[in-house]
Design a protein. Structure first.
Lengths: 368, 186
């Protein structure tokens, strides 16, 4: 697994953001391509890699500089560690803006915590140092619990870096009409809002997210986002509880939410609460794909894009495989022993690193 | 007349090696005065600026279909008071290995410079590293895989070779090292 936190020595009072630059393999005179004040340049490597910048020096341990060139780090000098906020070589970079959440989903992969530390100033600095054309994910917890800070962050970074794009996950419980001017001012095509809706039935949805009235508030928010011109990626994690209602949900989407950009039907990620409740939650889509297939057919026949996220390719019938992109992020992707000689592995996102050994799929393998 | 020793990498690379493939520590000998060093003689014209020409990989194609964004583990930071601009900026202080080096976050955030070159594992970079590995192997400094990956063995080898040849010891692939190994970034 690709490490997201690395060991760093630095002497400073507060956390700070730096961008690592190596310039290895390049020729003399090539090095100062408009270095940023937050850039630190690789000087030498012995037992640790030493970088020097305008602000001083830092030392990085345990990972070769060639793997972290261009990365943006948030260094925590007191702990002697740094989070790789932006990995330059990866399309999967996410800022976790808070660990607080107002919902408590039965399959939550990252159970919320009450504690919150505002790191937006660091996120802004990091976003401005990201590689050209990067897409940055925003997640939590629930990011819109801090919607003022979030919207300000978006206005600032999108104004200063017109090449950046954002993908923001939100439960859609906190927007109100007062946010409309600011939402409209954000460039529509540069942000995708990922919003979860689990079932057409309010009872089932509210039960899954652990919050009364969440469904009603969410549908209202979807209308708000539509009027704001936002791109919406509707996300439905497939579980035993909501799998039977998938076709009804598809019908609801075609009739009431035809303005969405994409509908993502997602397989369960075995971590957090989902790991604890795996047997009770996991729906084996390889054994029962009919409902999923019908739901896909229905929305696609109405011109709405629909996709399967986190479905190992071989668990999907061949005629639907083109709808299953490799969505599992590089740093948490793994393959099983069974995958060794697979012929369609290249296009497959594999499994989550922490997927249980007893994976629960009745049908596995490209031949099936 | 002084005898001058030349290390001709192409011959070494072609297999004209001493019986023992140990580190060849042929140091350049200099005439007093203005004679060029071996490294100056062998210096190549680098027509290609590696860092400036790496292809940008477009991330856009991935943007619309992502997996969960959660479970990154969170960060642990204490009261994150961002340091206000310091009035006077002290020159960076480098300290020898023992204590942690000092870093003072820059006071100003000037025009942000987007990273135009995609670094690290770009294909061209891997090729350069493989060439360096091959040359280092020819000189007897490296016995690992020719895989284009920089790892601890290569770092040690680079430092050793740089020390032996009177180059600045960095453990990194410096322009000087490329020239010494007669590798052109083109």
């Amino acid at each position: 697994m690709i490490p997201l936190r690395i060991k760093v020595d630095a002497n400073a009072d507060e956390p700070f953001v730096v961008r690592l630059r190596s310039f290895e393999g390049s020729v003399a005179g090539d090095i100062p391509i408009a270095l940023d004040a937050r850039d630190v340049v690789l000087e030498r490597v012995s037992d640790a890699a030493e970088y020097r910048g305008e602000g001083g020096c830092i030392r990085v341990h345990g990972i070769d500089p060639s793997q972290i060139d261009g990365d943006v780090l948030l260094v925590n000098p007191h702990r002697g560690s740094a989070d790789r906020l932006v990995r330059a070589s990866s399309p999967h970079n996410t800022f976790l803006v808070t660990e607080r959440c107002d919902q408590l989903c039965v399959m939550c992969s990252q159970p919320p915590k009450a504690h919150h530390v505002d790191l937006f100033a660091h996120f802004e600095a990091a976003a401005l140092l990201a590689p050209e054309g990067a897409t940055i994910g925003i997640s939590g917890g629930e990011p819109t619990l801090y919607k003022e800070e979030l919207l300000n962050f978006l206005v600032q970074t999108m104004g200063k870096r017109t090449d950046l794009r954002f993908h923001i996950l939100t439960n859609g419980q906190h927007f109100d009409e007062l946010d409309m001017p600011m939402m409209r001012s954000l460039e529509r095509e540069r942000i995708v809002w990922g919003v979860p809706l689990y079932c057409r039935s309010p009872e089932v949805h509210d039960e899954i997210v652990g919050k009364q009235g969440a469904h009603a508030r969410l549908v209202e928010t979807l209308g708000f986002l539509c009027r704001a011109g936002a791109q919406i990626e509707l996300r439905t994690v497939l579980m035993k509880r909501n799998a039977p209602g998938l076709t009804a949900l598809a019908r609801f989407i075609t009739s009431t939410l035809p303005f969405i950009q994409t509908w993502a039907i997602m397989q369960l990620e075995s971590i957090g609460y989902a790991r604890q409740n795996w047997q009770r939650l996991f729906h084996d889509s390889s054994a029962e794909f009919d409902g999923v297939g019908r739901a896909l057919d229905l929305v696609r026949s109405r011109g709405i894009e629909a996709q399967l996220y986190n479905f190992p390719l071989c668990t999907v019938p061949a005629s639907y495989r083109h709808l299953a992109p490799p969505t599992i992020s590089d740093w948490k992707r793994a393959y099983l022993d069974e995958c060794r000689d697979c012929t369609i592995k290249d296009g497959c996102g594999g499994f989550f690193e922490w997927h249980p050994k007893k994976h629960g799929y009745a049908k596995l393998g490209a031949q099936s | 007349m002084k005898k001058r020793l030349f290390a001709i990498p192409s011959l070494l690379a072609a297999g004209f090696l001493p019986a023992e493939t140990q580190a060849l520590t042929i140091k350049p000998t200099f005439d007093d005065g203005n004679a060029k060093s071996l490294f100056d003689i062998f210096k190549l014209d680098h027509v290609y600026t590696l860092a400036g020409h790496r292809s940008h990989s477009s991330h856009r194609s991935h943007s619309s279909h992502r997996s969960h964004r959660s479970s990154t583990g969170g960060y642990s930071y204490r009261a994150p008071v961002y340091r206000a601009p310091a009035p006077a900026y002290s020159a960076p202080i480098y300290r020898a290995p023992a204590p942690a080096p000092t870093y003072q976050p820059p006071a100003t955030a000037p025009a942000p410079a987007p990273l135009k070159v995609l670094p690290g594992n770009a294909q061209r970079f891997t090729e350069i590293v493989r060439e360096v590995q091959f040359a280092m192997m020819a000189f007897g400094y490296y016995v690992g895989e020719l895989d284009g990956v920089l790892g601890p063995d290569m770092r040690v080898a680079l430092s050793k070779m740089q020390g032996d040849y009177g180059l600045k010891v960095t453990g990194t692939i410096t322009p000087e090292t490329l020239t010494a190994l007669r590798i052109a970034a083109q």
